[in-house]
Design a protein around this ligand. Structure first.
Ligand SMILES: [Zn+2]
Length: 446
């Protein structure tokens, strides 16, 4: 097998018209298949007065009903173990992943053998795009328990890399492996990449000299697409960072950055992207910021037709400087994390963008959202780096002005603490404290 720059050159550089023709053929097939085999779609299409034959162009999909996480939860276990969104009998299913359940009951995502193999081909393609080659040694430092990101290591193996199934090892063990086995690529979360590099340094190990990591793949948080966060992790490790993006409902990685780091190329042979208005659900033009809605074009075990992801972002189809014609997405955050201050939509990723770009601070932050007289406010806590003698008030004023410039609305307060005051997290960092939801948290015992 000899590959050049691309894993599948013909597809990755196909003309827009050819991409859309293939998408339309697969869309017609999967919508018919879902209607014929998944009770939920039969019912919801009938109720909406639409039929699979109504799809004559990609735009016709916009007339079909959407589904969301709640639809998945409600359909799960109804009528059969896999529920009313499943379109194949259980004996055809070889694998299920489950979601983390961070927004309610965990949902199962089933795969047939063909779904699974095609998924892993997408993973190989994304790894290849991010520069992985058969000569690489790769450590997959993602959770293997139930999580959809676990099996992605098979995509790296199929590409020919030497794979180490690391999973969620304690950091000292992982540092040992990085030092002794000298893997050249690793996948983890942005906060953990930072934590791990920082922890190594504190124990006298220099990630730049003592490790051989050239590429870091990250997913699960916004950091990988925030330039200042990316640069901080790259400087710490002496490696290039590539942002990946996955969904527990579809694939461990659905999209990834190429060497230009300008958006994430999404697997358009498997996922048809629409963007809809957050409030009305109406389709809006490509390139505008809205909620991303995905239709899985080839996953037969549980087809997702117009799945509202809750992810806010944009999608463009203009070719990239890398030569790929596969559309790119930019994800700004989760709809659930967005909060509104003075009629402005604020995303924690915007705050991170500012904090990571400030001089004289560590880049760690906490956001607190409060409400007074039905008006929401936000407050940001940051840390001053060691050895910086600028007064705290002056650091706070700079931060406040930069936040106002980026977001359009000033924080009520910026609190400046010494380096090390904010607890470092080893996996997904919880950086937003919404005081308005305190009662809910207390009920959940958080
Ligand atoms: Zn590209």
């Amino acid at each position: 097998m000899s590959k050049g720059k691309y894993w599948e050159e013909a597809w990755e550089t196909a003309a827009r018209a050819d991409i859309e023709a293939k998408q339309l053929a697969d869309l017609k097939e999967i919508v018919q298949f879902a209607y014929d085999h998944a009770p939920h779609y039969k019912r919801s299409f009938d109720e909406a007065g639409v039929k699979p034959q109504d799809i004559r162009s990609l735009a016709d999909l916009g007339r079909f009903p959407t589904i969301n996480k709640k639809t998945q939860r409600d359909a799960q276990g109804v009528g059969s173990f896999l529920g009313e969104l499943a379109a194949v009998p259980e004996e055809d299913v070889v694998f299920v992943s489950t979601s983390s359940g961070s927004t309610g009951v965990p949902t199962m995502s089933p795969f047939t053998q063909k779904d699974f193999d095609e998924w892993q081909n997408v993973e190989s393609r994304l790894f290849w795009m991010a520069g992985m080659r058969p000569s690489d040694r790769y450590i997959h430092a993602l959770n293997f328990s139930l999580y959809v990101g676990g099996p992605d290591v098979i995509g790296a193996q199929n590409l020919g890399a030497l794979c180490i199934w690391g999973g969620t090892l304690p950091s000292e063990r992982l540092i040992f492996i990085l030092k002794e086995y000298k893997p050249t690529a690793i996948w983890t979360s942005p906060s953990y990449a930072w934590y791990l590099g920082d922890t190594a340094k504190k124990t006298g190990v220099d990630p730049k000299k003592d490790f051989a990591i050239k590429r870091i793949f990250v997913a699960g948080e916004m950091g990988g697409s925030i330039p200042a966060t990316r640069k901080a992790i790259e400087d710490l490790w002496g490696a290039e960072l590539f942002d990946f993006y996955g969904l527990s409902d579809i694939f461990g990685a659905c999209a990834a950055q190429c060497e230009h780091h300008d958006g994430l190329h999404i697997a358009e042979d498997h996922i048809l992207v629409e963007t809809v208005d957050l409030n009305t659900g109406e389709v809006i033009p490509n390139g505008e910021r809205g909620e991303l809605v995905y239709t899985t074009l080839r996953k037969h075990a549980r087809p997702l037709i117009r799945f509202r992801t809750g992810d806010i972002g944009r999608f463009v189809t203009e070719p990239c400087a890398c030569g790929r014609t596969q559309g790119r997405i930019w994800v700004d955050g989760r709809k659930d994390d967005m909060f509104i201050v003075s009629a402005v939509n604020v995303y924690p990723s915007d705050i991170e963008y500012v904090v990571r770009g400030l001089d004289g601070v560590t880049g760690e932050y906490l956001i607190r959202i409060t409400e007074e007289n039905f008006t929401a406010h936000y407050e940001v806590t940051i840390e001053k780096s060691q050895g910086v003698d600028e007064p705290d008030e002056s650091v706070a004023a700079r931060a406040s002005a930069a936040l106002k410039a980026r977001i359009g609305v000033k924080p009520q307060k910026v609190i400046v603490l010494p380096d090390g005051s904010i607890e470092r997290s080893t996996h997904k960092a919880r950086r937003v404290i919404d005081e308005r939801k305190k009662e809910e948290w207390q009920k959940e015992g958080i």
